[in-house]
Write a protein that binds this ligand. Structure first.
Ligand code: GCW
Length: 670
């Protein structure tokens, strides 16, 4: 009853919301004046949604939805589909109902992005079977590294009350082909597997199911001890494996299409098989055996590092590579895109390509933990495409994205952060799409197709990630963030007793000679984990691409770069360029007022102001600090420092997960 009431409100909200531009409608803002004929002989929840979507939006010729089990559609798999014009009529075909739903969204997208609809002959097959969002949502409603409010999941109200946003969430995901969601943080509370929470999870799974969205859970490896009161969580102990089997049985009794488990084990203090001198493979396989009879999978994270003499960038490889071929076939090892941790720029993780006998999935971070939270405009497609330049998409079994979604009205905090959710879905479907294509699609649907808006804003989006790299960590610098919140700069940060690999100086290694982490043959030799063809180039100072220079080398301040500038000068120019770029983004945005609604215009403008101030802060903090080592003068043509190092060292942001004041707490100078 309550559920129906909420669903009623939801659909009414779709209509009522038509003129409000608070960002809540994401890229699904099509109006509702459609009147086309939509035919479908069959009925089911999923097909009804597909029909309803077309009924309310499709303005073209009649459309027929057909389930097809012919050779062509069998080859396209369960999520694939065809869309074809047949005389004055469009036929959509798929092996599955979900495929038809995806096709319906595709057709609407074509209409909304002004594609010629005259002679459609489309064949689609997703690159990956698993296209999964990872929520780092805690059961108390907070979100680890979440910057768009509280968790969407109202655990205290579930399962009785179903927020209308659950269905809106599933709909948005289906519209871009995302088919799985891990509901809870990888730093997992065992409580998620309790009877009470499983009922809540089931309630969500029931809402998501018609949209083709499966539910997965992060599990705590010590759950048998905490929930089952066993004396151990040793994966080779029979009582332990029986406990998991029983738990998995309970889950599937309630959620027959449950997707499986995501596990962070023996990483940053989480329990795991290594606590019992077992390997990651032994831990993963024990869970995989429990899930196997039901078709469930284990996504086992390779994000491991411990304080040791070994370069952190090498550790995941050292631990996982020897386990290649030792995982059961329903285990997928989930590897972050880079070897450290979602930095604004990292080379790809060398594990990709080094585990030929193990299914691997890439973990991208959609939430901007290291790219200005929800204050900075940073379109991440170019970053993920850079990864795919080195890692062949066909080598992966799946992709995961750590989501940026919270209960903010516009879902993601920054209106442009919605583009990163959208992009993750589109690239998970087709990693060969270009950053330009995706930006274009998103801008047209989210704002307007007007060229005077589209062209300049596409440019801003495409340049935005490089700008962040420039004003935060150019030339291969990494992890020089402030302690804890990872928002602002703190390259000087020293905390007594802290793990060295959590401190910026571990990464930048600034001294009177130069700057950067020597990972070449003369240093940690992390570069040797890459194929020889790359290792030779990256490991040699003169041939290393400048974007990775300080990642792989400790470079003298006076070393001459390709453009003739010294390292010191180049560093100065990069920070200065980053700042200028963001100012340009703000100026461009300021001219966009005529083309869009005031509400979103103002919201973005406000955040761009913060971003400009933050870029000043980054530039001043890093350059003034590094100058204390280089002892060299600033080039005359860069902008003068606004702040003094002394005053910047005193800045401690009162940051919460929900809102970050940005450089607003600094004396505002522009
Ligand atoms: O980068 C670190 C984050 C942690 C996160 C961890 C991980 C969920 O700062 O907040 O924990 O990565 O990926 O497990």
């Amino acid at each position: 009853m309550i559920r129906n009431l909420f669903l009623g409100l939801l659909f009414c909200g779709w209509t009522l919301g038509a003129s409000a531009e608070d960002g809540s409608r994401l890229w699904l803002r099509q109006d509702t004046t459609a009147s086309a004929t939509i035919d479908c002989l069959l009925h089911s929840q999923t097909l009804n949604i597909a029909q309803r979507e077309l009924n309310r939006s499709w303005k073209g010729v009649p459309v027929t939805l057909q389930l097809c089990a012919d050779k062509e559609h069998l080859a396209l798999g369960k999520d694939g589909y065809t869309i074809r014009t047949d005389k004055n009529h469009i036929v959509i075909g798929s092996l599955s109902e979900t495929g038809l739903l995806y096709a319906a969204y595709h057709l609407i997208r074509l209409q909304e992005t002004d594609i010629d609809l005259g002679h459609l002959d489309i064949k689609e097959k997703p690159a990956y079977e698993y296209r999964i969002l990872n929520h780092w949502d805690n059961l108390d409603g907070t979100i680890e590294r979440g910057y768009a409010g509280h968790s969407l999941w109202k655990w205290e109200e579930l399962p009785d009350v179903l927020s209308p946003r659950y269905e809106a969430y599933a709909r948005a995901n289906a519209s871009i082909g995302i088919n799985g969601t891990v509901l809870n943080n990888v730093n997992a509370s065992p409580e998620i597997l309790s009877d009470a929470y499983l009922l809540k999870v089931k309630a969500l799974a029931d809402v998501f199911r018609p949209y083709g969205l499966k539910v997965y859970l992060s599990v705590n490896f010590a759950s048998p001890m905490v929930l089952g009161k066993l004396a151990t969580a040793d994966p080779l102990n029979t009582e332990v494996s029986e406990w998991w089997k029983k738990k998995v049985y309970e889950i599937y009794s309630q959620i027959p299409d449950f997707g499986g488990f995501l596990v962070k084990a023996n990483s940053e203090g989480q329990p795991g098989p290594c606590d019992y001198h077992r390997t990651h493979a032994e831990g993963a396989n024990m869970l995989a055996e429990a899930l196997k009879p039901y078709g469930g999978i284990v996504m086992w994270r390779a994000f491991v590092y411990s304080p040791s003499d070994n370069d952190r960038a090498k550790q995941a490889y050292l631990e996982f590579q020897p386990l290649d071929g030792k995982f059961l076939d329903n285990v997928i090892v989930q590897v972050k895109n880079g070897p450290i941790d979602f930095q604004p720029r990292e080379p790809y993780s060398p594990l990709f390509g080094a585990m030929k006998h193990t299914p691997l999935m890439a973990e991208f971070q959609v939430t901007q933990e290291y790219l200005g939270h929800s204050n900075h405009l940073a379109y991440l497609a170019p970053m993920w495409k850079e990864f795919f330049r080195y890692v062949d998409p066909d080598m992966l079994r799946a992709v995961a994205g750590v989501t940026n979604i919270g209960d903010d009205v516009n879902w993601c905090g920054h209106d442009f952060a919605q583009a990163n959710w959208y992009t993750f879905g589109r690239l998970a479907w087709n990693p060969r799409l270009s950053s330009e294509e995706i930006a274009d699609e998103w801008l047209k649907q989210t704002f307007t197709s007007n060229k005077d808006f589209l062209v300049p804003m596409r440019e801003v989006m495409l340049e935005s990630r490089e700008a962040v790299v420039n004003y935060m960590m150019p030339l291969g610098l990494h992890h020089i963030f402030a302690w804890g919140h990872h928002y602002g700069p703190e390259p000087w940060c020293e905390i007594e007793g802290a793990r060295p690999d959590w401190l910026p100086s571990y990464y930048h290694r600034a001294d009177s000679e130069g700057l950067g982490f020597d990972r070449s043959g003369t240093g940690s030799n992390a570069v040797s984990q890459y194929p020889d063809s790359l290792a030779n180039i990256w490991g040699t100072l003169d041939t290393c691409p400048e974007e990775f220079l300080l990642w792989f080398h400790h470079v003298p301040w006076t070393y001459k770069l390709k453009d003739g500038y010294t390292l010191w000068e180049e560093l100065c120019y990069k920070y200065d360029t980053g700042l200028k770029e963001v100012r340009r983004f703000r100026d461009t945005w300021n001219q966009m007022r005529p083309y869009i609604d005031t509400e979103r215009y103002e919201a973005v403008a406000k955040r761009l102001d913060i971003q400009v101030n933050d870029a000043v802060w980054w530039k001043d903090a890093c350059l003034l600090y590094f100058q204390s080592f280089s002892k060299m003068k600033f080039p005359k043509d860069i902008e003068k420092a606004t702040f003094r190092l002394k005053e910047l060292k005193k800045v401690h942001l009162p940051i919460t997960n929900f809102e970050c004041p940005g450089a607003d707490i600094l004396p505002r100078k522009e």
